[in-house]
Design a protein around this ligand. Sequence first.
Ligand code: UDP
Ligand code: MG
Length: 373
Amino acid sequence: MSQTTAAIPAECSPELSVIVPMFNERDNLGLLCERVRQVLAPQQIRYELIFVDDGSSDDSVAVAWGLAERYPWVRVLALVRNFGKEAAMLAGYDHVRGAAVVVLDADLQQPPELLLEMLTLWRQGYDIINAVRVDTKGLSRPRKLASTLFYWINNHLTGTRIPAQSADFGLLDASVVASLRACREVHRFNRALVAWTGSSRAQVTYTAAPRNAGQTHWNGRKLLKYAMDGILSFSVRPLRLVGLAGVALSVISFAYLLLVAVLRIVRPELAGVGHGYASIIGMISLLGGFQLTSIWLLGEYIGRIYEQVKGRPLYLLKELNSSSFEPGIRRRTMAVENSHRVHRSQEREQPHFSQAAASSRVQGQAEDRQARP
Ligand code: UDP
Ligand code: MG
């Protein structure tokens, strides 16, 4: 097998790191590597691809190790068990060395060809390049509608500005990745954290392909939990809304009681005394339901505090290959730090590559961005 990219020496940081979180994706990994290689190899970019195995139960890890032995730019991190995609991405962020970092799903729904467009924008000085889906082939209408509704509710409730239909696919400058590493939240919502950093943003669009092989790992219950994590870990506005609703109910109840008291004096036949059984039951159930909902919402926040204060590691690593990029070397380590990491210095060297023509729709949001050399 001809290697078009030479092994990258340890002291030489790659320009681009591609993180691929994977969970039971064995049939996609070979093709993914090939597509990435075809896109990046002619560009003479120093790059690495990091497979982060999120506790796969198939032989995805073995396949990834095989690819690491074949390609010097492939690295493997294996988590002890399934911690979820958010934790897998964080593990990737903790171990990348690139000056620019991309998270790419393993299932080839997201075209690796977009990497070049993103790199071009990054070189122009944007720190965050969001990849926004204009369409997802094979996704049902209700799921598309639910997704649009979620982004609308999330952005209004939390105040973060996540572009609608943007997943985790996108390019981040190393400085943004350093900020994300510093956020050790148990209930992570990566795309909102990225928006929270407030760095300059641009946007590219793409049509998501159907999955290459395997099945989606998301169902309605998981998506609902994920959506709740997104809102509750970014805002206490739901608590305020419940508080406001409580105040509104109290005012209405007080006005109602006042009305009944006055009617009792001036028009007793209209006061409904002696005929209020149904309305009393109705009011009690309504208020009981409202109170239980409020307590549940409070509990959700308290539960999140409880899980955060325990301070457990956000993931545990089982194995990874040597940080020297030598293929096939496995190093075992039992736990991974949950500490606040400080931004690792990322050596940037002068890029020397031919830029691909970019036709992306750019939505710059910071005037102070500066073009990269
Ligand atoms: N994934 C993961 N851990 C999980 C679930 C998913 O690392 O617990 C990975 C998965 O292998 C894929 C990416 O996250 O590379 C996106 O998952 P999926 O394709 O199932 O999501 P969808 O595209 O359907 O939203
Ligand atoms: Mg997918």
